[in-house]
Design a protein around this ligand. Sequence first.
Ligand SMILES: Cc1cc2nc3c(=O)[nH]c(=O)nc-3n(C[C@H](O)[C@H](O)[C@H](O)COP(=O)(O)O)c2cc1C
Length: 408
Amino acid sequence: MPAYLQKELILPCGAILANRIAKSAMSENLSPINHKPNEPIIRLYQRWAEGGAGLILTGNVMVNRNAIAEPGNILVEDKSDLDMLKKWAAVVKNTNLHLWPQINHPGRQAMGAINKKVYAPSAIKTDVKGLSILFKTPQPLEESEILDIIERFGNTALILKEAGFTGVQIHAAHGYLVSQFLSPLTNQRTDQWGGNLENRARFVIEIYRNIRRKVGDDFPIGIKINSADFQRGGFTEEESMEVVQLLDQEGIDLIEVSGGTYEQPAMIGANVRESTKAREAYFIDYVGKIRKSLKAPLMLTGGFRTVSTMEDALAEEELDVVGIARPFTVYPDLAKDILSGQLDQVSVPTPKIGMKMLDSTGFVDLKWHEIHIHRLGKGKTPNPNLGASGVIWHNTSVMLKKLVFGRV
Ligand SMILES: Cc1cc2nc3c(=O)[nH]c(=O)nc-3n(C[C@H](O)[C@H](O)[C@H](O)COP(=O)(O)O)c2cc1C
């Protein structure tokens, strides 16, 4: 029995996670074209709630209808969907599990086709080899627009709290807007929001403070942040550690560590060394270095597949929560089976279609998992043996259904 994974965890705000397994955020892309929560989303999270992870993070939820990352994202900018949000949050009612929406603004990583204009700290376009056509050159944000986005993070968090969610997570990783502010590659501003690290970190700190002011001291606020961008001239490990320390001093409740951007998708192990993949947790060196200097608990996500590796990392106090994403799409009961001692490892394929452009960007891998998320949303069982060619069919049919019927 995995003794460490079974332990509960008290967060700085006083909330308790029932165990040390978290289902990390995965964009569901299930919402209709109006970006509202729907029955498939509720069914999906009902299924994941049955799976027993102490913390379930939702896929990224948008804070502004003028900045949507992907066509099927959910948007929460006012209370118009409060009833459905309440239904969604209720999947963990009467359980000891936590369900936290991840809130996000995509900045320059918003798909060009679904956004009239794209906004970012500076006018630097996302450059993914072979897929650049998906993105637009962003418009640099005016100071008033920056302040508006900060306010929106707070408002969205407050609406989600009212709906009954038990916490929120700020998405500050993977090259989205908060991460764009942190990186000197994408933030070349010369005002108080750019330049030295203190200025680049101002945006995330102000978002945290705004949310905290609105939701109060006893509501969990977490953050997902890059250990580094893995890009020359980008956000470095040393800088990341400084920002994490600032957030710790502010009173953040849980720090999830990941890494990479669309341009360098290290978060899903793309271009990560084979030796790093073999030892599983891609960013474990980082957490080992910073753990002792933090009050806030640390969660690490990316590559965990065997229970003994998870247990060792917890036993050695390198981290406090094990984050797992892709395996949950094909094994929704993963946490329950690990915690009961029935499962000591999980493996998921990394499907490839043989087109370097799509395989190396992680596109096929992401879409393969999205298929299973959609199957769970329809009440179907996942199919781990599904071939990569299904990805092309899935993607085309999702796009067509959206265009013709306005839903998946
Ligand atoms: C289909 C899919 C969608 C994802 N969407 C998000 C997201 O919305 N927010 C986020 O922070 N990470 C997202 N991720 C990254 C995961 O949370 C996680 O960091 C990554 O998959 C590595 O963990 P794993 O090796 O356990 O899968 C996504 C991953 C996949 C496969």
